[in-house]
Design a protein. Structure first.
Length: 358
Protein backbone atom coordinates (compact mmCIF):
# COMPACT_ATOMS: atom_id res chain seq x y z
CA UNK A 1 0.00 0.00 0.00
CA UNK A 2 1.38 3.39 -0.92
CA UNK A 3 2.33 5.91 1.76
CA UNK A 4 -0.44 8.31 0.59
CA UNK A 5 -3.14 5.63 1.04
CA UNK A 6 -1.76 4.75 4.48
CA UNK A 7 -1.91 8.50 5.47
CA UNK A 8 -5.48 8.91 4.22
CA UNK A 9 -6.54 5.69 5.96
CA UNK A 10 -4.87 6.83 9.18
CA UNK A 11 -6.60 10.25 9.02
CA UNK A 12 -9.92 8.53 8.46
CA UNK A 13 -9.39 6.24 11.43
CA UNK A 14 -8.26 9.09 13.73
CA UNK A 15 -11.08 11.47 12.84
CA UNK A 16 -13.82 8.87 12.58
CA UNK A 17 -13.15 6.78 15.64
CA UNK A 18 -11.04 9.16 17.74
CA UNK A 19 -8.98 6.24 19.11
CA UNK A 20 -5.73 8.21 19.60
CA UNK A 21 -5.00 10.08 22.79
CA UNK A 22 -3.26 12.94 20.84
CA UNK A 23 -4.40 13.95 17.38
CA UNK A 24 -1.75 15.00 14.87
CA UNK A 25 -4.17 15.89 12.06
CA UNK A 26 -7.65 17.01 13.06
CA UNK A 27 -10.43 18.23 10.81
CA UNK A 28 -13.19 20.17 12.56
CA UNK A 29 -14.97 21.62 9.58
CA UNK A 30 -14.33 24.24 8.33
CA UNK A 31 -11.00 24.29 10.21
CA UNK A 32 -7.99 21.98 9.91
CA UNK A 33 -5.60 21.54 12.87
CA UNK A 34 -2.06 20.15 13.02
CA UNK A 35 -1.27 19.22 16.63
CA UNK A 36 1.85 17.66 18.12
CA UNK A 37 1.90 15.60 21.28
CA UNK A 38 3.05 17.35 24.45
CA UNK A 39 6.66 18.42 24.03
CA UNK A 40 6.58 17.54 20.35
CA UNK A 41 7.29 19.80 17.37
CA UNK A 42 5.37 20.45 14.19
CA UNK A 43 7.84 20.44 11.30
CA UNK A 44 6.98 21.39 7.74
CA UNK A 45 9.91 20.54 5.49
CA UNK A 46 10.17 21.55 1.87
CA UNK A 47 11.14 19.01 -0.70
CA UNK A 48 14.77 18.53 -1.64
CA UNK A 49 16.48 20.53 -4.34
CA UNK A 50 14.95 23.93 -3.52
CA UNK A 51 11.34 23.15 -2.70
CA UNK A 52 9.28 26.02 -1.22
CA UNK A 53 6.90 26.24 1.71
CA UNK A 54 3.97 28.38 0.61
CA UNK A 55 1.10 29.72 2.79
CA UNK A 56 -1.57 31.52 0.77
CA UNK A 57 -4.46 33.12 2.73
CA UNK A 58 -7.61 33.81 0.72
CA UNK A 59 -9.87 36.89 0.76
CA UNK A 60 -9.24 38.94 3.89
CA UNK A 61 -7.37 36.12 5.62
CA UNK A 62 -3.90 36.36 7.06
CA UNK A 63 -1.19 34.16 8.58
CA UNK A 64 -0.75 34.05 12.38
CA UNK A 65 2.09 32.65 14.45
CA UNK A 66 0.80 32.67 18.00
CA UNK A 67 -1.02 35.99 18.32
CA UNK A 68 1.16 37.76 15.74
CA UNK A 69 -0.35 38.71 12.39
CA UNK A 70 2.63 37.80 10.19
CA UNK A 71 1.36 39.56 7.07
CA UNK A 72 0.95 42.84 8.99
CA UNK A 73 4.36 42.33 10.58
CA UNK A 74 5.93 41.88 7.14
CA UNK A 75 4.16 45.04 5.95
CA UNK A 76 5.61 47.01 8.86
CA UNK A 77 9.09 45.58 8.41
CA UNK A 78 9.07 46.17 4.68
CA UNK A 79 7.36 49.60 4.75
CA UNK A 80 9.40 52.73 4.04
CA UNK A 81 9.29 55.97 6.04
CA UNK A 82 7.41 58.96 4.59
CA UNK A 83 9.24 61.17 2.11
CA UNK A 84 9.11 64.97 2.33
CA UNK A 85 8.05 66.54 -0.95
CA UNK A 86 10.29 68.94 -2.83
CA UNK A 87 7.83 71.69 -1.90
CA UNK A 88 8.99 71.35 1.72
CA UNK A 89 12.72 72.15 1.60
CA UNK A 90 14.86 72.59 4.68
CA UNK A 91 15.10 76.20 5.78
CA UNK A 92 12.81 79.19 5.86
CA UNK A 93 9.19 79.11 4.81
CA UNK A 94 9.35 82.85 4.21
CA UNK A 95 9.59 86.30 5.77
CA UNK A 96 6.32 87.93 6.83
CA UNK A 97 5.23 91.32 8.15
CA UNK A 98 3.59 91.55 11.57
CA UNK A 99 -0.19 91.40 11.50
CA UNK A 100 -0.31 89.49 8.20
CA UNK A 101 -2.56 86.42 7.99
CA UNK A 102 -0.68 83.50 6.42
CA UNK A 103 -1.65 80.14 4.97
CA UNK A 104 1.36 77.90 4.33
CA UNK A 105 1.76 74.14 4.09
CA UNK A 106 4.34 71.39 4.38
CA UNK A 107 3.77 68.01 2.76
CA UNK A 108 5.13 64.48 2.68
CA UNK A 109 4.00 61.20 1.11
CA UNK A 110 3.86 57.63 2.34
CA UNK A 111 5.49 55.31 -0.27
CA UNK A 112 2.71 52.80 0.49
CA UNK A 113 0.11 55.56 -0.11
CA UNK A 114 -1.12 55.43 3.47
CA UNK A 115 -2.26 58.31 5.66
CA UNK A 116 0.37 60.50 7.33
CA UNK A 117 0.16 62.93 10.25
CA UNK A 118 2.26 65.97 11.16
CA UNK A 119 3.55 67.00 14.58
CA UNK A 120 5.85 69.73 15.86
CA UNK A 121 8.59 67.94 17.80
CA UNK A 122 11.10 70.72 18.51
CA UNK A 123 11.48 74.48 18.59
CA UNK A 124 8.54 76.88 18.52
CA UNK A 125 6.06 78.15 15.98
CA UNK A 126 5.45 81.92 16.04
CA UNK A 127 2.75 82.89 18.58
CA UNK A 128 -0.62 82.82 16.86
CA UNK A 129 0.54 80.31 14.22
CA UNK A 130 -0.81 76.74 14.24
CA UNK A 131 0.01 73.42 12.52
CA UNK A 132 -2.81 71.15 11.30
CA UNK A 133 -1.73 67.61 12.19
CA UNK A 134 -3.81 66.02 9.44
CA UNK A 135 -2.99 68.28 6.48
CA UNK A 136 0.33 69.95 7.29
CA UNK A 137 -1.29 73.38 6.87
CA UNK A 138 0.37 76.22 8.81
CA UNK A 139 -2.00 79.12 9.39
CA UNK A 140 -2.54 82.14 11.63
CA UNK A 141 -1.63 85.77 12.17
CA UNK A 142 2.04 86.77 12.21
CA UNK A 143 3.14 88.42 15.50
CA UNK A 144 4.40 91.98 15.25
CA UNK A 145 8.02 91.33 16.27
CA UNK A 146 11.43 91.03 14.64
CA UNK A 147 12.30 87.37 15.18
CA UNK A 148 13.22 84.04 13.58
CA UNK A 149 11.27 80.97 14.71
CA UNK A 150 12.86 77.58 13.99
CA UNK A 151 10.93 74.36 14.55
CA UNK A 152 11.05 70.68 13.68
CA UNK A 153 8.08 68.81 12.19
CA UNK A 154 7.77 65.01 12.22
CA UNK A 155 5.62 63.23 9.64
CA UNK A 156 4.50 59.73 10.68
CA UNK A 157 2.77 56.97 8.69
CA UNK A 158 0.28 54.36 9.89
CA UNK A 159 3.12 51.91 10.64
CA UNK A 160 4.89 54.35 12.95
CA UNK A 161 7.67 55.09 10.44
CA UNK A 162 8.59 58.77 10.45
CA UNK A 163 10.79 61.45 8.91
CA UNK A 164 11.81 64.77 10.51
CA UNK A 165 12.36 68.13 8.84
CA UNK A 166 13.53 71.51 10.18
CA UNK A 167 11.74 74.71 9.10
CA UNK A 168 11.82 78.38 10.05
CA UNK A 169 9.62 81.45 9.72
CA UNK A 170 11.03 84.99 9.84
CA UNK A 171 8.78 87.77 11.18
CA UNK A 172 9.24 91.53 10.84
CA UNK A 173 7.70 94.20 13.04
CA UNK A 174 5.31 96.58 11.32
CA UNK A 175 5.33 100.27 12.26
CA UNK A 176 1.87 100.66 13.78
CA UNK A 177 2.07 104.45 13.48
CA UNK A 178 2.27 104.51 9.68
CA UNK A 179 -1.50 104.89 9.48
CA UNK A 180 -1.36 107.98 11.80
CA UNK A 181 -4.05 106.62 14.15
CA UNK A 182 -3.82 109.37 16.79
CA UNK A 183 -6.37 112.17 16.33
CA UNK A 184 -6.57 115.78 17.56
CA UNK A 185 -2.83 116.33 17.62
CA UNK A 186 -2.00 113.15 19.52
CA UNK A 187 1.51 111.71 19.23
CA UNK A 188 1.88 108.07 18.20
CA UNK A 189 4.46 105.64 19.62
CA UNK A 190 4.98 102.26 17.95
CA UNK A 191 4.63 99.24 20.20
CA UNK A 192 4.74 95.47 19.72
CA UNK A 193 1.67 94.66 17.64
CA UNK A 194 0.13 97.88 18.92
CA UNK A 195 0.51 101.65 19.23
CA UNK A 196 0.14 104.17 22.07
CA UNK A 197 -1.23 107.68 21.63
CA UNK A 198 -0.09 110.54 23.85
CA UNK A 199 -3.18 112.74 23.61
CA UNK A 200 -3.35 116.50 23.81
CA UNK A 201 -5.75 117.86 26.45
CA UNK A 202 -8.64 117.29 26.81
CA UNK A 203 -8.69 114.28 24.47
CA UNK A 204 -8.27 110.65 25.39
CA UNK A 205 -9.21 107.14 24.35
CA UNK A 206 -7.21 104.70 22.24
CA UNK A 207 -6.89 107.12 19.32
CA UNK A 208 -7.53 110.43 21.15
CA UNK A 209 -11.05 110.36 19.73
CA UNK A 210 -12.84 111.22 22.99
CA UNK A 211 -13.16 114.65 24.57
CA UNK A 212 -12.52 113.50 28.14
CA UNK A 213 -13.63 116.83 29.59
CA UNK A 214 -17.14 116.11 28.29
CA UNK A 215 -17.30 112.37 29.07
CA UNK A 216 -19.20 111.73 32.35
CA UNK A 217 -18.00 108.74 34.35
CA UNK A 218 -21.56 107.90 35.44
CA UNK A 219 -22.11 109.30 38.94
CA UNK A 220 -24.99 111.41 37.58
CA UNK A 221 -28.34 109.80 38.41
CA UNK A 222 -29.49 110.50 34.84
CA UNK A 223 -26.46 108.66 33.42
CA UNK A 224 -25.85 106.15 36.21
CA UNK A 225 -22.90 103.78 35.70
CA UNK A 226 -21.26 103.83 39.14
CA UNK A 227 -23.06 101.33 41.48
CA UNK A 228 -24.56 102.58 44.73
CA UNK A 229 -22.15 100.39 46.69
CA UNK A 230 -19.27 102.52 45.37
CA UNK A 231 -20.68 105.74 46.88
CA UNK A 232 -19.78 106.40 50.53
CA UNK A 233 -19.48 109.26 53.00
CA UNK A 234 -17.88 110.17 56.33
CA UNK A 235 -19.59 112.18 59.09
CA UNK A 236 -22.81 112.30 57.13
CA UNK A 237 -25.58 114.51 58.56
CA UNK A 238 -28.78 112.82 59.72
CA UNK A 239 -29.82 110.01 57.41
CA UNK A 240 -27.85 111.34 54.43
CA UNK A 241 -25.90 108.66 52.54
CA UNK A 242 -23.22 108.51 49.87
CA UNK A 243 -25.74 107.63 47.12
CA UNK A 244 -27.46 110.99 47.76
CA UNK A 245 -24.36 112.71 46.36
CA UNK A 246 -25.18 111.90 42.70
CA UNK A 247 -25.70 114.82 40.34
CA UNK A 248 -29.48 115.28 39.83
CA UNK A 249 -30.27 113.10 42.87
CA UNK A 250 -33.63 113.94 44.55
CA UNK A 251 -31.99 115.55 47.61
CA UNK A 252 -28.22 115.56 47.82
CA UNK A 253 -25.54 114.58 50.27
CA UNK A 254 -25.15 116.59 53.48
CA UNK A 255 -22.15 116.46 55.81
CA UNK A 256 -21.70 117.76 59.32
CA UNK A 257 -18.57 119.92 58.98
CA UNK A 258 -15.14 120.18 57.37
CA UNK A 259 -14.26 116.73 58.71
CA UNK A 260 -16.96 115.24 56.50
CA UNK A 261 -16.36 113.94 52.99
CA UNK A 262 -18.15 112.28 50.07
CA UNK A 263 -16.21 109.50 48.28
CA UNK A 264 -16.68 107.81 44.90
CA UNK A 265 -15.00 104.54 43.87
CA UNK A 266 -14.86 104.54 40.08
CA UNK A 267 -14.23 100.78 40.04
CA UNK A 268 -11.13 101.19 37.89
CA UNK A 269 -8.35 103.67 37.30
CA UNK A 270 -9.39 106.52 35.01
CA UNK A 271 -7.88 109.76 33.77
CA UNK A 272 -10.03 112.59 35.14
CA UNK A 273 -10.37 115.96 33.42
CA UNK A 274 -13.28 117.83 35.04
CA UNK A 275 -15.79 117.95 37.90
CA UNK A 276 -19.35 119.28 38.21
CA UNK A 277 -21.37 120.21 41.31
CA UNK A 278 -24.96 121.01 42.26
CA UNK A 279 -26.19 122.25 45.62
CA UNK A 280 -28.53 120.46 48.01
CA UNK A 281 -32.20 120.45 46.97
CA UNK A 282 -32.99 122.85 49.78
CA UNK A 283 -31.37 126.28 49.88
CA UNK A 284 -30.58 125.63 53.55
CA UNK A 285 -27.40 123.60 52.87
CA UNK A 286 -24.83 124.18 50.20
CA UNK A 287 -21.08 124.24 49.73
CA UNK A 288 -19.30 127.46 48.92
CA UNK A 289 -15.88 125.87 48.29
CA UNK A 290 -14.44 122.35 48.45
CA UNK A 291 -11.19 120.51 47.75
CA UNK A 292 -10.60 117.15 46.06
CA UNK A 293 -8.32 114.30 47.05
CA UNK A 294 -7.63 111.30 44.82
CA UNK A 295 -6.03 107.86 45.11
CA UNK A 296 -5.21 104.87 42.92
CA UNK A 297 -5.24 102.27 45.72
CA UNK A 298 -7.67 103.77 48.25
CA UNK A 299 -4.93 104.12 50.88
CA UNK A 300 -2.68 106.99 49.86
CA UNK A 301 -4.54 110.15 48.78
CA UNK A 302 -3.21 113.25 47.04
CA UNK A 303 -4.62 116.78 46.78
CA UNK A 304 -5.62 118.19 43.42
CA UNK A 305 -3.27 121.15 43.07
CA UNK A 306 -2.43 124.11 40.91
CA UNK A 307 1.32 123.76 40.98
CA UNK A 308 2.10 123.50 44.68
CA UNK A 309 -1.17 125.06 45.87
CA UNK A 310 -4.18 122.95 46.81
CA UNK A 311 -7.02 123.98 44.50
CA UNK A 312 -10.34 125.28 45.83
CA UNK A 313 -13.41 124.54 43.72
CA UNK A 314 -16.49 126.73 43.99
CA UNK A 315 -19.78 125.06 44.79
CA UNK A 316 -23.31 125.80 43.64
CA UNK A 317 -25.67 127.69 45.93
CA UNK A 318 -28.54 127.18 43.50
CA UNK A 319 -30.60 124.03 43.73
CA UNK A 320 -30.60 123.24 40.01
CA UNK A 321 -27.54 125.06 38.65
CA UNK A 322 -24.53 122.91 37.69
CA UNK A 323 -21.09 124.43 38.22
CA UNK A 324 -18.33 122.70 36.22
CA UNK A 325 -14.56 123.01 36.60
CA UNK A 326 -11.78 121.70 34.36
CA UNK A 327 -8.67 120.40 36.08
CA UNK A 328 -5.55 122.32 35.06
CA UNK A 329 -3.68 119.01 34.94
CA UNK A 330 -5.64 115.77 34.37
CA UNK A 331 -4.81 113.02 36.86
CA UNK A 332 -5.31 109.28 37.17
CA UNK A 333 -7.39 107.92 40.02
CA UNK A 334 -9.85 105.26 41.09
CA UNK A 335 -10.98 106.84 44.39
CA UNK A 336 -12.04 110.50 44.64
CA UNK A 337 -12.99 112.41 47.84
CA UNK A 338 -14.94 115.68 47.91
CA UNK A 339 -14.06 117.58 51.10
CA UNK A 340 -16.09 120.65 52.21
CA UNK A 341 -14.06 123.78 52.98
CA UNK A 342 -16.63 126.57 53.31
CA UNK A 343 -20.41 126.16 53.31
CA UNK A 344 -23.77 127.58 54.37
CA UNK A 345 -25.19 125.97 57.51
CA UNK A 346 -24.25 122.41 56.48
CA UNK A 347 -22.12 121.24 53.51
CA UNK A 348 -24.50 119.84 50.88
CA UNK A 349 -23.68 118.84 47.31
CA UNK A 350 -24.31 116.56 44.32
CA UNK A 351 -21.43 115.71 41.95
CA UNK A 352 -20.24 114.24 38.65
CA UNK A 353 -16.72 113.60 37.28
CA UNK A 354 -15.59 113.62 33.66
CA UNK A 355 -12.78 111.56 32.17
CA UNK A 356 -11.59 108.64 30.03
CA UNK A 357 -10.48 105.05 30.59
CA UNK A 358 -6.75 104.68 31.00
Amino acid sequence: MSRLLILVFSVFILTKFDICTASFFDIQYPDVFFTAEQGGNVTIRAGPNGGDIIMIPQGNGTVFIGQTDMLKLFQIVNSLPPVWSEKSPHGTLGTFLGGKSVSLSVSAQDPENGKVTYEKVSGALPPGIHLDKNTGAITGRIPDVDATYEFGIRVTDSHGKYADQIFSIDTRERDQCLSTPCLHGGTCSDDIDDFVCACAKPYGGKTCNINCGSMPVGIDLNNKKIPDAQMSCHYCYGDSAGIDGRLHAPQGWVGQNTNSWLQVDLGKEMELHAVANQGYTSSSYYILTYTIKYSVDGNQFYDVKNGTTVMDFSGSSNVNSVVKHTFLTPFRARFVKFIPKTFHSKPGMRVELYGCDV
